[in-house]
Design a protein around this ligand. Structure first.
Ligand code: ADP
Length: 165
């Protein structure tokens, strides 16, 4: 599909309307992409996240992006991998659908996703990429986006996404 792209690199540096963060339920920051986004956005992001008071797994929340010069950040809480029989794929899919819906509701036309759950949360990368790409491709209003980017930070994910898409 022509509005889906794969990009390798740091998600905080992309020229898009909105980026997605792979957050945890506390929304209080963490390692990996979460740490990079908080670092780039600055301390006001943490203040706003504190005021939200957490987010359940599989759901998304919108904040401002502060020092990252884009329209906002969607914090998505991906599932921790627990073997695959605990609803992991539905929860992961729900992060992608939820972020796409929330972006459109707020008028954003370009969005970048990290490879949610494939770092500290241990989701197998191939399975996560299949779920992520199927969710995005099957999203009803996909054509309303100018651009949907899968931002791959590690080489392994980049190769997996290239082979799937
Ligand atoms: P999770 O807890 O959801 O697994 P992580 O941040 O540990 O979240 O990892 C999710 C993915 O984000 C990993 O594939 C990791 O390579 C990637 N990542 C780490 N830093 C960045 C960054 N600055 N930009 C984009 N992706 C990143």
């Amino acid at each position: 599909m022509k509005n889906i792209e794969i990009v390798s690199g740091d998600i905080t540096k992309l020229d898009v309307d909105i980026i997605v963060n792979a957050a945890n339920e506390s929304l209080l920051g963490g390692a990996g992409v979460d740490g990079a986004i908080h670092q780039a956005a600055g301390p006001e992001l943490l203040e706003e996240c504190k005021s939200i008071g957490g987010c359940p797994t599989g759901e998304v929340r919108l904040t401002e992006a502060y020092n990252i010069e884009i329209g906002g950040i969607i914090h998505a809480v991906g599932p921790k991998w627990g073997g695959g029989q605990n609803g992991e794929s539905e929860l992961l899919e729900s992060c992608y659908f939820g972020a796409l819906e929330l972006a459109l509701e707020n008028g954003f036309k370009s969005i970048a996703f990290p490879n949610i759950s494939t770092g500290v949360y241990g989701y197998p990368k191939i399975e996560a990429a299949i779920t992520a790409t199927s969710a995005v491709k099957s999203f009803d209003d996909l054509s309303k986006f100018e651009k949907v980017i899968f931002c791959c930070f590690d080489e392994e994910n980049f190769k997996i996404y290239q082979s799937i898409l």
